[in-house]
Design a protein around this ligand. Structure first.
Ligand SMILES: NC(=O)c1ccc[n+]([C@@H]2O[C@H](COP(=O)([O-])OP(=O)(O)OC[C@H]3O[C@@H](n4cnc5c(N)ncnc54)[C@H](OP(=O)(O)O)[C@@H]3O)[C@@H](O)[C@H]2O)c1
Length: 296
């Protein structure tokens, strides 16, 4: 597919032979390249998404490439917790282990809408659906040696805040503010998850990452004239922080990988800077309670 992508992963990343990986939202964008990269490195990859046709197309495209691993479909709609449960139940029944869970799927700045359970769509899909999925896969992660969860946040977490009074569009909808809130929730979740695994002596890492500015279908709701003025990385390059977060042997819980260029908008993966908005442990506890209360 893309020569530089191939060269980068084969030079910088270890073999993932024997590993089982779930990637949500793997039919397009960063998730697609993450699935391709891990399949090239030998992993058994579950390409999870909400649309069977799009998943099958992605699998066909990956299978045309030189891969040493395998790719299989998984149906999950993160905007419906019943669908998340169904996916997790099927996975838990079918697979004996889970080495890497990649919470990648996301939606950005759609028209005002809600999940089946009545949450603002971005909060519901980007955070709550993944909170539930990670919880439902806990036993499988726990029984797998050196497993890890990778959660995709964004530069958008900087300076955002969680408005606990506005998770169900109680206030006039602000498309940008709600996206920023959801990506801050993802990063707070990743950090709190790591602390909880550690306190429980679980041999599971929780690592976060972000792709800077990367051209994908995420921008489908943004005015094309605005997009023309922005400087995006190619999709393959935007997947590299995720691939590093998923495979780096030296990664620790709480690490956050992103592009190494100025402001972390572009470049090659390195450890990134976590904004103080993501470090408030009181907010993290409160967010966790929202997750537990609304997914059990
Ligand atoms: N691109 C960037 O510059 C950028 C920057 C910061 C963070 N991110 C993050 O990177 C991650 C990947 O996004 P991307 O840029 O690769 O965008 P993308 O190409 O739009 O991919 C998003 C994926 O999420 C899936 N998805 C959306 N809603 C879903 C739902 N309800 N249930 C299951 N899957 C759902 C989409 O499925 P469909 O194809 O069916 O819609 C798609 O496969 C997201 O978490 C995003 O917030 C991206």
């Amino acid at each position: 597919m893309i020569k530089e992508f191939n060269e980068w992963i084969l030079t910088n990343l270890d073999s993932q032979k024997g590993k089982t990986v779930i990637i949500t939202g793997a039919n397009s964008g960063i998730g697609f390249y993450t699935a391709l990269g891990l399949a090239k490195l030998g992993a058994t990859v579950i390409v999870a998404g909400r649309n069977k046709e799009r998943i099958d197309d992605a699998i066909q495209a990956i299978e045309k490439e030189t891969i040493t691993g395998t790719v299989s479909p998984g149906i999950i709609d993160l905007a419906r917790l019943n669908s998340v449960r169904k996916f997790a139940n099927e996975f838990n029944k079918t697979y004996t282990k889970l080495d890497i869970l990649i919470n990648n799927a996301g939606v950005m700045m759609p028209p005002e809408s809600k999940t089946k359970e009545g949450f603002e769509l971005q909060f519901g899909v980007n955070f709550l659906g993944h909170f539930s999925l990670t919880d439902l896969l806990y036993n499988k992660l726990k029984s797998t040696q050196n497993s890890r969860v990778v959660t995709i946040s964004s530069i958008a977490h900087r300076g955002a805040f969680i408005d606990f009074e506005n998770l169900r569009v109680e206030k006039p909808y602000d498309t940008k503010r709600e996206y920023y809130q959801s990506k801050l929730a993802d990063l707070i979740f990743a950090l709190e998850l790591g602390r909880r695994y550690e306190a429980n002596n679980d041999n599971i890492l929780s690592v976060a990452c972000h792709p800077g500015f990367t051209k994908t279908e995420l921008q489908r709701h943004i005015n094309p004239e605005i997009l023309k003025k922005m400087n995006f990385m190619d999709t393959w390059q935007g997947s590299l922080p995720t691939l590093l977060a998923a495979t780096n042997k030296n990664a620790k819980s709480g690490d956050y990988f992103g592009p190494d260029g100025e402001g972390e908008y572009g470049g090659f993966p390195a450890l990134g800077v976590i904004d103080k908005s993501a470090l408030d442990q009181e907010v993290a506890k409160k967010l966790w309670e929202v997750g537990i209360k609304n997914t059990k």
